[in-house]
Design a protein around this ligand. Structure first.
Ligand SMILES: Nc1ncnc2c1ncn2[C@@H]1O[C@H](COP(=O)(O)OS(=O)(=O)O)[C@@H](OP(=O)(O)O)[C@H]1O
Length: 412
């Protein structure tokens, strides 16, 4: 064969060589194209279904009211059922460990709730009786340094450890002077409050074995732990994990304070919080690490940044549409008193004013983004339990004045 080939004319040989190289080039082209195609098929996410059975453990002073508002709006948008506090209660029995009897109509509804998200102290066996088997469990943590300062101001009149000290720095200089374990139920805000909310002993000795065991248990009970200090990143991770739309996690920051009611922690105080609240500190460090690991393994940092930017753009757009002045205002500047957030301790909790020129539909959507927790919960309660006595809330609700005509919980 090789002899035959060499006896061919120069032109024929050139022609054959040319064909040979074109063939190789085409082969290479099709090979890479098909490789790209199959790679594309591999990375194209299989279409997912939005998860609608969700339990959120609402921890204290961790941006959890903002998450609650997101979940309340989601409940309404998809016509879901929600496990709300029974009778005249505003919480699901907190600080008692959760019991099914704290839920309105549990006896008749059984395991037929989609959402549960009001304050409760976690108690897995009882929570599991209320929520369906395929429920998604998540919660949120905040850096204990900022959390403790926020709690100090907000629970100043509730926790004896706080009310008996002058300010947060004085408290942290010698907490044992003010913190008495006998005041157990009222002092929960003054030491390892997140640990307590997850159902554990906030006064426990934090040895390595015990801490690791608790962390493992929390990992088994919860599918996701968000971090309030990276709230927007948390919302993107939540959206991806639950297969929700971007608009489902757009929010306005709720329950924040005026700057003049924020106390400045000294560097020493900041260090002391790490030891005084060492259980919470370890909890935070552990889940902050797993939060970022999860992001890297799923969304990736580059995509995360893109989506966080989208979220902020959409949030800005909605703030321009909805809000007068486009920012939170102090309580005395809130014009519509039905939108006044609950005030507590030394904190001046901020609220919002809605633009006066909105059409009905937009007005309603905007109001839902800023209506404070107690008002929104009472509204959902009267919708889901129309035959029950209304929650004892003084404030009529902006979009259903006929439903709401009852009295306020006392403000301290
Ligand atoms: N989106 C977002 N990002 C970051 N931080 C936020 C957000 N929303 C609320 N917050 C801050 O969370 C604090 C209120 O927490 P909670 O709503 O959990 O409080 S409560 O326990 O329900 O009373 C409160 O903290 P402080 O202002 O330090 O008190 C809020 O400012």
């Amino acid at each position: 064969h090789s002899q035959k080939f060499w006896s061919l004319s120069r032109y024929t040989k050139c022609f054959l060589f040319f064909n040979f190289f074109v063939g190789i080039a085409l082969l290479g082209f099709f090979h890479t194209t098909s490789k790209n195609l199959s790679a594309q098929l591999l990375v194209t996410p299989t279409p997912c279904h939005a998860k609608t059975n969700v339990m959120f453990l609402k921890t204290h002073k961790t941006a959890s009211s903002t998450v609650l508002n997101i979940l309340f709006r989601f409940t309404e948008k998809y016509n879901l059922t929600i496990a709300l506090p029974a009778d005249q209660r505003f919480h699901l029995g907190y600080p008692k460990r959760f019991m099914t009897s704290f839920v309105e109509e549990f006896q008749t509804k059984g395991q037929n709730y989609n959402i549960m998200c009001n304050h409760l102290r976690f108690n897995p066996s009882e929570v599991h009786k209320v929520m369906p088997g395929n429920t998604f469990y998540f919660s949120i943590l905040r850096n204990p340094i900022f959390l403790l300062e926020s709690s100090y101001v907000y629970y100043k009149n509730v926790a004896p450890a706080f009310s008996s000290s002058k300010d947060v720095n004085e408290y942290l200089a010698s907490p044992l002077k003010y913190y008495r374990e006998e005041d157990y139920t009222k002092n929960i805000y003054a030491k390892n409050n997140m640990w307590f909310d997850f159902g554990y002993d906030n006064n426990a000795e934090g040895n390595e074995n015990y801490t690791q065991e608790v962390l493992k248990e929390i990992e088994q009970n919860f599918h996701l732990i968000l971090i309030a200090d990276y709230f927007d990143e948390s919302m993107i991770l939540l959206k991806h994990t639950l297969c929700w739309d971007l608009d489902d996690v757009i929010y306005f920051k709720l329950n924040s304070r005026s700057n003049d009611t924020v106390q400045t922690l000294t560097p020493e105080s900041k260090e002391r919080i790490k030891t005084w609240c060492s259980l919470d500190w370890n909890l935070y460090l552990h889940f902050n690490r797993s939060f970022w690991r999860r992001i890297e393994e799923t969304i990736g940092l580059e995509e995360l940044e893109k989506e966080v930017n989208h979220l902020r753009m959409r949030q800005k757009e909605l703030m321009e549409t909805c809000l007068l002045g486009q920012e939170a205002v102090v309580k005395t500047h809130i014009k519509d008193k039905t939108l006044l957030p609950f005030q507590s301790g030394d904190a001046n909790i901020l609220g919002y004013n809605i633009r006066p020129d909105l059409n009905n539909e937009t007005l309603k959507n905007c109001q839902k983004m800023i209506v404070p927790e107690l008002q929104y919960m009472s509204y959902l309660y009267s919708l889901q339990h129309p035959h029950k006595k209304r929650k004892p809330l003084d404030l009529p609700l902006p979009w259903s004045s006929s439903l709401e005509k009852t009295r306020v919980p006392s403000q301290n």
